[in-house]
Design a protein around this ligand. Structure first.
Ligand code: FAD
Ligand code: NAD
Length: 475
């Protein structure tokens, strides 16, 4: 094997592996270096997303949702099941099998695209040389015309709750709990806290979430986050403590006691497991030699321009390691863009139209601006919404919680934000993303025929409601 490539990608998460595949499609001799090792000691390309993020969390969310439905909803449909039980080990094994299938799939795609896959830890040196240290400590060197850094992110640690992945868990540990904890504590009511808190709550854990911020889900449209807070706390029984700052934890052999401060003063609570999910930070330690002179931003991320170029010529950076939302699809699209930019194309990414989803039940999904942002930025806007309680398909599915909310520019009618709380919001949002990418107006959507009965009729009705002419609700 030659040690010289057109492009070397460091990191095979959704940003890096997609960049490598697109680069190979464009005819570049490409190598991808990744250090993820699975429980059997084998290379497992796919990064955080495939190994301990998007995919395994959704596998457990789906299993636990099925259990929750069987426990609480089947009876409404006239189905009785007798006593239900959960085999957590089997649930985890199913999740692991999906991860294995997908990481194996990435390895297969590398082969099919003739990408050289190198397992080990890469470090960028001067003159676009990359030094790789394998698991056994052997060091080898490679070089390329262009380097793409895609080293991802890692969980933020907080001193009061040091992760040991026995009692105090990060996202990886939280996806591998082998028995349902009777009492589960979670620090952080962000995306991971709510998704993984939901998994274990549905399976029967009493879940308490400590959130330092006074508001619930600040990035989400207030009307949606308020409605979600009610569903999670009143209907699903999660105890979400806002404005609660954890000051210390004390772990014994089988439990962990959390000390926290909230509006009622200093208090303690005891749990069988505690998940720490207070955000993630760029994973950049030791990835580049100082002599390269790579610039980082004020938040420790690799500094890049809008085409993901760093300050070093021929060196690009993408995904969680750079600015922007830490989302798999954002990293992947940056990967495609960078490969095409290297090929001389003029690809750009539309940062205004990046979909967000929180996979609770019901799901929250949004794209574009929320009402609060429109007010802050002085954008004139009009709003239309439609509740799933008035949508026939949602009622047939016993899924009447939530709404579709559409925000359009008051003067041009262009859709500038769509916010959905409801079953399958993640899938429904795709229509909004496409509409916004094509700069559709609410009128365009109002004039588009939607199938009946479907959940996406709620999206159609929200567009009609922007102009106060929804059919199936009073305007
Ligand atoms: P990563 O996926 O972190 O991949 C980076 C890779 O680089 C890793 O394999 C790492 O081992 C490797 N690496 C790092 N340094 C080196 C080095 N020096 N040499 C060699 N290899 C190196 N996002 C969504 O869009 N949807 C979701 O539903 C979702 N769910 C999530 C659930 C959880 C629990 C978590 C933790 C995250 C979730 N995310 C989700 C976020 C998503 O996982 C990340 O945005 C995404 O993985 C970032 O991709 P990346 O390629 O930039 O980095
Ligand atoms: P997050 O930023 O979504 O939430 C962290 C929460 O912890 C915030 O609400 C913050 O106020 C709170 N917090 C911070 N410090 C605290 C402290 N000391 N005590 C109590 N609360 C504290 O971060 P996350 O949930 O860890 O997820 C990290 C990132 O991973 C997300 O931002 C997202 O980009 C990505 N992710 C995406 C998905 C998805 O797309 N569905 C799912 C999981 C993760």
């Amino acid at each position: 094997m030659s040690n010289k490539f057109d492009i070397i990608v460091i990191g095979a998460g959704p940003a890096g592996y997609v960049a490598a595949i697109r680069a190979a499609q464009l005819g570049f001799n490409t190598a991808c270096i990744d250090d993820w090792t699975d429980a059997e000691g084998k290379a497992a390309p796919g990064g955080t997303c495939l190994n301990v993020g998007c995919i395994p969390s959704k596998a457990l969310l789906d299993s636990s949702e099925k259990y929750a439905q069987a426990s609480h909803e089947f009876a409404d449909h006239g189905i009785s099941t007798g006593k239900l039980s959960v085999d957590v080990k089997k649930m985890i094994a199913r999740k692991d099998a999906i991860v294995k299938q997908l990481t194996g799939g990435v390895a297969g795609l590398f082969k099919a695209n003739k990408i050289t896959s190198i397992h080990g830890r890469g470090k960028l040196l001067q003159n676009k040389v990359v030094e790789v240290t394998d698991n056994a400590g052997n060091v080898s060197s490679y070089s390329a015309e262009n380097i793409i850094l895609a080293t991802g992110s890692k969980p933020i640690d907080i001193p009061p709750a040091p992760v040991d992945n026995k009692l105090i868990l990060d996202n990886a540990g939280a996806l591998d709990i082998s028995a349902i904890p009777k009492k589960l504590g979670v620090i952080g009511a962000g995306v991971i806290g709510l998704e993984l808190g939901s998994v274990w709550s549905r399976l029967g854990s009493e879940v308490t979430i400590f959130e330092a911020a006074p508001d619930f889900l600040p990035p989400v449209d207030k009307q949606i986050s308020r409605e979600m807070f009610k569903v999670l706390t009143k209907k699903q029984g999660l105890d979400i403590k806002l404005g609660a700052m954890v000051s210390a934890t004390k772990a014994t052999k089988s439990s962990v006691t959390v000390s926290y401060n909230d509006k009622d003063g200093e208090q303690t609570a005891k749990f069988d497991k505690l998940i720490v999910a207070v955000g993630r930070k760029a994973n950049v330690d030791g990835i580049v030699d100082d002599t390269v002179g790579l610039k980082f931003d004020d938040r420790g991320r690799i500094d890049v321009d809008d085409q993901c170029k760093t300050n070093v010529s021929g060196v690009y950076a993408i995904g969680d390691a750079v600015k922007g939302p830490m989302l798999a699809h954002k990293g992947s699209e940056e990967g495609v863009m960078v490969a095409e930019v290297i090929a001389g194309q003029h690809t750009k990414l539309n940062h205004d139209v990046i979909p967000w989803v929180i996979y609770t039940h019901p799901e929250i999904a949004w794209v574009g601006k929320n009402e609060e942002q429109c007010k802050e930025e002085g954008i004139p806007y009009k709003v239309g919404f439609f509740p799933f309680a008035a949508n026939g398909r949602a009622l047939a599915m016993n899924e009447k919680n939530g709404r579709v909310k559409m925000i359009a520019h008051k003067e041009t009618d262009e859709v500038i934000g769509v916010h959905i709380l409801g079953v399958s919001a993640s899938e429904l949002l795709a229509e909004a993303v496409l509409a916004m990418e094509f700069k559709a107006s609410s009128e365009d959507i109002a004039r588009t025929i939607h199938g009946h009965p479907t959940l996406n009729e709620a999206f159609h009705e929200a567009a009609l409601a922007v102009d106060k002419r929804a059919i199936h609700k009073a305007n």
